[in-house]
Design a protein around this ligand. Structure first.
Ligand SMILES: CC(C)(COP(=O)(O)OP(=O)(O)OC[C@H]1O[C@@H](n2cnc3c(N)ncnc32)[C@H](O)[C@@H]1OP(=O)(O)O)[C@@H](O)C(=O)NCCC(=O)NCCS
Length: 149
C-alpha cells in the first residue's frame, strides 16, 4: 500500500464504496457502507471518506465531529470503518484511523474515540494495537476506546 489517500464520496466512487463488505444482505456486526452514506447525508457533523490506493477504493471510513454532543464518546471519533477484504492486514485501517486523528487535531480535539463489539472476532485487537485504551464504559452494548492525541 504505497499511495493511500482519503477522498470525499463522489458519484464516481459510489459503486465501489457500496461494494465494500458487508453487503446489505450479509449478516454482520458493522453497517453496510450504503447505510453509512445515508447516515452521513442526514448527519451534518459526519465526515465520510473513501480510502483510495492509487485509483482503487480499498475502504471507507466515517468520523463524527460534534463538539457539543452531550455524550463525551460521540464528540470526536471513528464512527465507521470498512476495509476491503483483499486489502486487510496491509495498514489501510491504521492509515484511515490516523487520518481521522489528524483531522481531529486540526479541529482542536485532544482525543478520538471508537466503539467496538467485544469479542475475539471483532476489531478490538486492531484498535488496541493502534493505542486506543478502553474507558470502561459500554454504549449500546459496545466497548468505548479512547486515543489521546
Ligand atoms: C478491523 C479492520 C478495520 C482492520 O483494518 P486493516 O486494514 O486490516 O488493519 P491494519 O492492516 O491497518 O492493521 C493495523 C495493526 O492492527 C493489527 N490488526 C488488525 N486487525 C487485527 C485483528 N483482527 N487481530 C489482531 N490484530 C489485528 C495488525 O496486525 C496491525 O498491527 P501492526 O501494525 O503491529 O502490524 C478491518 O479488518 C475491517 O474492516 N474489518 C471488518 C469491519 C470492522 O470490524 N470494522 C471496524 C468497526 S468498529
Amino acid at each position: 500500500m504505497s499511495d493511500l489517500r482519503l477522498e470525499p464520496p463522489s458519484p464516481d466512487l459510489l459503486d465501489a464504496l457500496v461494494a465494500l463488505p458487508p453487503r446489505p444482505s450479509e449478516p454482520a456486526n458493522v453497517a453496510p457502507v450504503v447505510y453509512s452514506l445515508a447516515e452521513a447525508y442526514v448527519t451534518p457533523t459526519a465526515w465520510p471518506r473513501a480510502i483510495l490506493d492509487g485509483e482503487n477504493v480499498v475502504g471507507f471510513v466515517m468520523a463524527n465531529f460534534d463538539a457539543e454532543n452531550e455524550i463525551a464518546a460521540f464528540r470526536a471519533g471513528v464512527w465507521r470503518l470498512n476495509i476491503d477484504t483483499a486489502a486487510q492486514g496491509r495498514g489501510v485501517g491504521r492509515f484511515a484511523v490516523m487520518q481521522v486523528a489528524d483531522e481531529a487535531r486540526r479541529r482542536g480535539f485532544d482525543a478520538i474515540t471508537v466503539l467496538w463489539e467485544p469479542g475475539d472476532d471483532g476489531p478490538e485487537k486492531f484498535y488496541l494495537t493502534l493505542g486506543f485504551v478502553p474507558t470502561g464504559e459500554e454504549l449500546f452494548g459496545e466497548r468505548v476506546g479512547i486515543l489521546r492525541l
